[in-house]
Design a protein around this ligand. Structure first.
Ligand SMILES: C[S@@+](CC[C@H](N)C(=O)[O-])C[C@H]1O[C@@H](n2cnc3c(N)ncnc32)[C@H](O)[C@@H]1O
Length: 218
């Protein structure tokens, strides 16, 4: 069974041709996307042997060795040799690592990227803003008590406000109940911290942060 997170991310691959799934682990996403007919072929890559072995086994079990090839590679280092890759996924990694991978990659022929940073999503959006990528869609979701953000971008230009850079322009626009729940949780945690401190500088910082968070769900 594929997770909701991967299922939602895969919806954004519809109509594309050749996917590069970086950090594929068990190759669940490319297998699902091909079986659903969202894409025609894929390269499933990982920088570690063990995940790649699981990927190969799953691909064989699903008899998709003709459609999905595997690569042991750091990040997307193979993209300059795979000119017809038109869509890229980097899911389930920290934001700094995603930025590091993207900044080393040859992305000129890529039309769309679907990214799911587990943390530091602000860094990812800043990278996109600075490197002529435009966010065209986003999803904020909760699965097994964890919150996830999926960022979909295409080549283009955008300018983000500080609030948009941190929380996502589309996520802010949609203000889903799950997003509001998450922000309220953060506000509640900070309110507890406020009660536990009497340092004026810390109090000021905490209060400013709460005001910023309140702005996100206004
Ligand atoms: C937490 S798993 C996420 C798997 C899958 N993408 C998902 O979202 O369910 C992260 C995977 O990324 C791989 N990985 C970590 N750093 C990488 C890098 N620099 N290049 C390629 N793969 C990497 C890990 O080996 C691991 O299989």
């Amino acid at each position: 069974m594929i997770s909701d997170r991967l299922r939602v991310a895969s919806q954004f691959l519809k109509g594309y041709h050749y996917l590069a799934d970086c950090g594929t682990d068990h190759a669940l996403l490319p297998i699902y996307a091909i079986e659903k007919g969202f894409i025609k072929k894929a390269i499933a890559s990982d920088n570690k042997h063990h995940p790649l072995l699981s990927a190969k086994k799953n691909i064989n079990d699903h008899r998709l060795y003709g459609e999905i090839k595997t690569a042991l590679a750091d990040g997307l280092s193979y993209l300059n040799l795979e000119n017809d890759v038109d869509v890229v996924t980097v899911l389930g990694m920290g934001g700094s690592l995603i930025v590091e991978i993207l900044s080393k990659a040859y992305l000129y022929n890529v039309k769309r990227m679907v990214l799911q940073p587990n943390s530091q999503s602000k860094e990812v959006r800043k990278y996109l803003e600075d490197h002529k990528w435009e966010i065209v869609d986003e999803v904020f979701l909760k699965e097994n008590d964890k919150y996830y953000q999926i960022i979909v971008c295409e080549q283009g230009k955008m300018t983000l406000s500080e609030l948009e850079r941190e929380f996502g322009p589309v996520i802010l626009e949609q203000k889903s109940d799950i997003f509001k729940e998450r922000i309220q949780l953060m506000i509640d945690q900070l309110s507890v911290a406020i009660k536990q401190t009497n340092n004026n500088k810390t109090l000021e910082k905490l209060n400013q942060r709460i005001l910023f968070l309140k702005e996100a769900i206004k």
